[in-house]
Write a protein that binds this ligand. Sequence first.
Ligand SMILES: [Zn+2]
Length: 475
Amino acid sequence: MPKLLLTLLTLTAMISNTPANASGQSRRQRADRVDLLILGGTVVTMDSGRRVLADAGIAVKDGRIVAIDSRAAIRSRYSAPQTVNAQGKLLGPGLINGHTHIPMVLFRGLADDLDLQEWLTKYIFPAEAKNVTEEFVRVGTRLGLAEMIRGGTTTYCDMYYFENAIAEETEKAGVRGVLGETVIDFPVADNKTFAEALAYVERFVSRWKNNELIVPAIAPHAPYTVSEEHLKAARALSDRTGAPIVTHISETKREVDDSVKAKGASPVNYLERIGFLNEKVIAAHMVWPQDGETEILKRRHVGVVHNPQSNMKLASGVSPVPRMMQEGLLVGLGTDGAASNNDLSMWEEMDTAAKLHKVFTNDPKVISAEQAFALATIHGAEALHLEKEIGSLEVGKRADIVIIERDSLHQIPLYNIYSDLVYATKSTDVETVIINGRVVMRNRRLLTLNESAIKISARTFRERIAHSLSLPSTP
Ligand SMILES: [Zn+2]
């Protein structure tokens, strides 16, 4: 060993062995107190410059990112009661699942390989009519939340029934949600009339309005299941309360054809005509926008959520996502309910989105890995109209952060971070998840949910559901 190096090593050893470390003491006294430090690792910021920072550090206070810098700079400037060591790992913004029906995880695999109409009317609607209770919703939500946290999803946009129970479970688990109570023109589990449903939404919105994690929303199911009068009432409630509107638009060709026949206009044109569209609307699917409709969506700042796996599974079609992105629409990504996916993995969804559009357009350059990652992060935030708060790792934003192991066989070797994230990383590679500054999973251990209890209650429900539909018991 060269003599100089040996001297340096000895000197370093002497310094770190200094008892009580007097210089460290004064450094800590000078440092700003924050709540949490994440030290080391490569940060994929997804900011406007798409900066990627090696050997970085992040300081978090009151649920927000207060500094991102080199690990050394963060260590010397800040101190915190809690530190997460992320050396050798990747850090990215929490993933945003732009469209789910979270309790439907309990219908995962109940009926597959069918088109939307048959799947909905013959299986899902009857199964819901017989089984959806507040308890069903709580059990399903806990299962879905655990799956999402394990997969690095920190925000989801939901529409279902008993959404108040979903909000309570979501807040307890420490997950962020834009949660919409579904209103639809037939009696459902929690509300028997539209007027009851609207009154429920009103109470729901006022209860959760200023919550740090929950954004309460109103969710008219679709323009073909909710009348014009009721769509206008939903819009009026949104105007009055500021609550977003979550809905499904133009999911199938049949929906478009029926709309033209019944209303004399395709769905987006119809919704524009009745004054429904604005910057509060989050529209899932948009598989079949007609001529001129994307221009309307852009002008009205409607958020659009692409659900490639659900659209593929139900053979609904391929949404023109590359064109909508080029035109500057706000496009995010979602899984849809697990009954039509059949999981809640945003890693799979990114991978599928990138590949589906390549094969569909015959152009491998049509969506890059970086663009696919943006769909699940910053673009996802834009589609939910939350881009000022989440979607990228930047000072001032909410501290929604995932830490990803990069040591799995399928991640080795690493040449390009976005390729690795989109085409190779899986939910099982997510190691630690932080939402609003709170660590909700650490070293793959869920800290806010009881995983084994969740599995037991979900399996119990499986038997109840099977019995209600005269299906055989667990194979
Ligand atoms: Zn849906």
